[in-house]
Ligand binder design. Sequence first.
Ligand code: AKG
Length: 237
Amino acid sequence: MDDMLPAQLARMGYAEPISLLERAAIDRYRASFDESLAASGGKPEPHDLSGYHLKHRWAYELATTPALLDRISSVLGPDLVLWASHFWYKPPFSEDRVPWHCDAVYWPVLNRDIHLTAWIALSASDRGNGCLRMIPGSHRTVPHDTQLQDPTALSLPIADLEMAPGQVTFFSGYLFHGSEGNMSASPRIGYALRFSTPAVRFDEVQVKSGFNYLRSILVRGTDRYHHNDFMAAPPPF
Ligand SMILES: O=C(O)CCC(=O)C(=O)O
């Protein structure tokens, strides 16, 4: 199926976007997102946009789309845990940018290597509305805790990852990425899902003190370790 994915991730730290959803599914999920957004007054705080998969059946269904899990399994193996999600919503004409960063240094995990983010575009995502920007190879070449302001000053390449609605990209927790503001009249919507395997150990003290909203949900296979039972939850729907 997707033999290229592990190789792309190893080389670049992210994968070229591929099609995941058919038109009808894109329209359905987009309508569900717009409805949830409207119900919350249309101006969500960032924390309102986290954990939709725990609150909305459609968001859990999207997060566990079999074709998506097949691709994640091609990288992480047969046993998969979904432990967080976030809708990256940029309203029209919003200057908010996401600074360059590497996710894994912010996560309350003891072994940061066994993670993969899937980022699904529910709108077009392009240079005009603040698409994802990646630094190819930075998962290997840039120390993970670097405070990166201007990659060009360090002669690092930047890839603008333009995506059509319904496409998905995958990236490593160590990849440096970010995005600019949305200077267009259309919203930019991406659904980021954090996957891992049951072999990962979350830091119980850190989770309980600052990340109590994280849930480890076994979405495929078996958990032979039970490292994270303190934050385990059954599938919510
Ligand atoms: O969607 C964006 O602009 C940023 C996404 C991001 O930083 C992430 O998913 O880790």
